[in-house]
Design a protein around this ligand. Structure first.
Ligand code: SAH
Length: 216
């Protein structure tokens, strides 16, 4: 794995950038500082790997902007040992950030090519504990439920009841909510008696969460 002083220097700058934009949780910043984001992009794109921008990863999808990844992660208040369900594996970068912070990560992707690529790629860069699944994330992953935290990394026009059911009492669900161009970041908290509270944060732009069956 080629992760040299130049990559580390660029990464440090990226951490400074997202910190200046308002990310304060040091454990999130440390995770961004630890993960070689350039390995998630084709080797010709090194120049783009440490810019605070999203980037195309094939199958019409993108690796999210580092600030957005950090923002969603911060809202989840990850604790070591948390069982986390991610909807929208994509490149696997967000899943690695969660794993780096000590979470047990289960992640679902509906694009078969991306699923297959990321499932094979992650163990090769040392993230062997992230469990990748192929399917429609709107259904969640009942076999391993309930989860301490659920993270949706695509724009959802609505929040599927399945996901709320699969959240532990006391757990958080973070989702960019909205079917249009712009979404609002929402955090749901499920209280011990099953009531769901909603908090709203800033505006973001995500690729859409697609409905119904997984596709090949
Ligand atoms: N978390 C990713 C970025 C995700 S982009 C990363 O770190 O790179 C959003 C991803 O959600 C895309 O890969 C898209 O294919 C996937 N997606 C869209 N609808 C989905 C669904 N219903 N179930 C699971 N994945 C879905």
């Amino acid at each position: 794995m080629d992760d040299n002083y130049r990559h580390k220097g660029l990464r440090k700058k990226l951490v400074d950038t997202i910190s200046a934009k308002g990310i304060t949780d040091q454990r999130v910043l440390d995770a961004v500082n630890s993960i070689p984001r350039h390995l998630f992009l084709d080797s010709g794109f090194l120049k783009f790997a440490y810019e605070d921008k999203p980037f195309p990863i094939g199958s019409g999808q993108t690796i999210s902007q580092p600030y957005t990844v950090a923002y969603q992660t911060e809202l989840l208040k990850i604790k070591k040992g948390d069982k986390v369900l991610e909807i929208g594996t994509g490149s696997g970068y967000q899943a690695c950030i969660l794993a780096e912070m000590g979470a047990k990560v289960f992640t679902i992707e509906r694009q078969k090519k991306l699923y297959a690529r990321t499932k094979e790629f992650l163990p090769g860069i040392g993230y062997r504990t992230v469990k990748c699944f192929y399917g429609d994330g709107n259904k969640g992953l009942p076999a391993f439920a309930p989860y301490d935290k659920i993270l949706i990394t695509a724009a959802a026009p609505e929040i599927s009841e399945n996901l709320i059911e699969q959240l532990k009492p006391g757990g958080f669900l973070v989702v960019p909510l909205g079917g249009g161009e712009l979404q609002v970041m929402v955090r749901l908290t499920k209280t011990k008696d099953g009531v769901v509270h909603e908090e709203r944060f800033g505006g973001f732009r995500f690729v859409p969460l697609l409905k119904n069956k997984a596709n090949d």
